[in-house]
Design a protein around this ligand. Structure first.
Ligand code: ASN
Length: 344
């Protein structure tokens, strides 16, 4: 008896994969990806799943995306959830890790795989990595389903909220600095069961799939540098911001500048969430390591542990979009909600 083919829904949102050259540089072209995919014989091989492709309107360079687009992608998945075994989101690489992180918080109790992928060279160009990434994402969604939001690129499947764009113009565009890949798709497909299982506890088997809506939130992000004036922080906090991400040094250190710490303390008193993430590519915040970190902790700043900037920013969007008190937001920020951080 042969089992029925899996059905995968492909949402094409835009990105280089479906772009063509224009006098102003590459732009996404409607209809192009759909035509190419429908004519590719590789995608119709018996080991491949059935698929349907649906294009967003308009298709976007991902640099033009906003939380409203994350919401549209989540709504689209919800609308088609019952009819498919898995989802592949074709997306530009520039903000792919933001979207994958946002979706990981928005798609609650997923029991189907959602894989975000794209390419560095358009399908319309010779040596494109688009077909390879798409083919693998489809194959993995059907044959190695991992029921969470993941990001596939250059032979690796990463937890979506652990990935970050690490190379502007190489094929190996993504990295997951603080968490191992879930799948290494070399000659053999190697599945990291331990890393995947660590996610199981984030799914509540008594509740069914649902989406938690997200709205635009004013969030400040500041990277510390030697000599930074407290007025820079003061000005950011004078804007209508509900949260500030401080990208600190090393394990979460900042200058012990009294005026700067006073600005942070007063922001906290006004109900602005202030969090500390390291500006280092790899590693975690530990505000107990040095007096320079402890000063931030004493000013009420929360640790972002080893979260990527993308996970940190979208987690804050996710929390501020809900009807939660300042204390609840602080508590939930400090919890590992969807495998986005490691708490020692
Ligand atoms: N490689 C890419 O997809 C880059 C493109 N600018 C995008 O993010 O849409």
């Amino acid at each position: 008896m042969t089992s029925a083919k899996k059905r995968i829904y492909i949402a094409y949102t835009g990105g280089t994969i479906g772009m063509k050259k224009s006098p102003n540089g590459y732009i996404p072209v409607e209809g192009y990806v759909t035509d190419v995919l429908n004519s590719m014989t590789e995608l119709n091989r018996p080991e491949m799943p059935e698929f349907t492709i649906s294009e967003f309107c308009p298709v976007l360079d991902s640099s033009n995306m906003s939380p409203n687009d994350w919401q549209n992608i989540a709504n689209d998945i919800k609308q088609n959830y019952q009819d498919y075994d898995g989802f592949v989101v074709l997306h530009g690489t520039d903000t792919m890790a933001y979207t994958a992180s946002a979706l990981s918080f928005m798609l609650d109790n997923l029991d189907k795989p959602v894989i975000v992928t794209g390419s560095q060279i358009p399908l319309s160009q010779i040596r494109s990595d688009g077909l390879h990434n798409l083919l693998n994402a489809l194959y993995i969604a059907a044959n190695y389903p991992i029921n969470e939001v993941t990001l596939f690129f250059n032979n690796r499947l990463y937890r979506g909220n652990r990935a970050t764009k690490a190379d502007a113009d190489g094929f190996n565009a993504f990295d997951s600095p603080n968490f191992p890949p879930l799948i290494d798709a070399g000659i053999q497909i190697e599945v990291n069961a331990e890393a995947i299982n660590a996610h199981q506890s984030f799914t509540n088997i008594n509740t069914s799939f649902n989406i938690i809506n997200i709205t635009d939130q004013p969030i400040g992000v500041v990277s510390l540098y030697p000599g930074i004036s407290h007025l820079v922080i003061k000005n950011i906090l004078a804007q209508p911001v509900n949260a500030l991400i401080i990208q600190s040094y090393g394990v979460g250190n900042a200058p012990e500048n009294k005026s700067l710490l006073t600005e942070i303390e007063s922001a906290n008193d006004r109900g602005i969430l202030v969090v500390n993430r390291t500006q280092c590519h790899r590693g975690s915040v530990d505000m107990e390591g040095y007096a320079t970190g402890k000063a931030l902790q004493s000013a009420g700043v929360l640790s972002a542990h080893d979260m990527t900037l993308e996970a940190c920013l979208t987690k804050i969007h996710h929390l501020l979009s809900q009807d939660l008190s300042f204390e609840q937001v602080r508590q939930l920020f400090s919890q590992n909600l969807k495998g986005e951080m490691t708490i020692d």
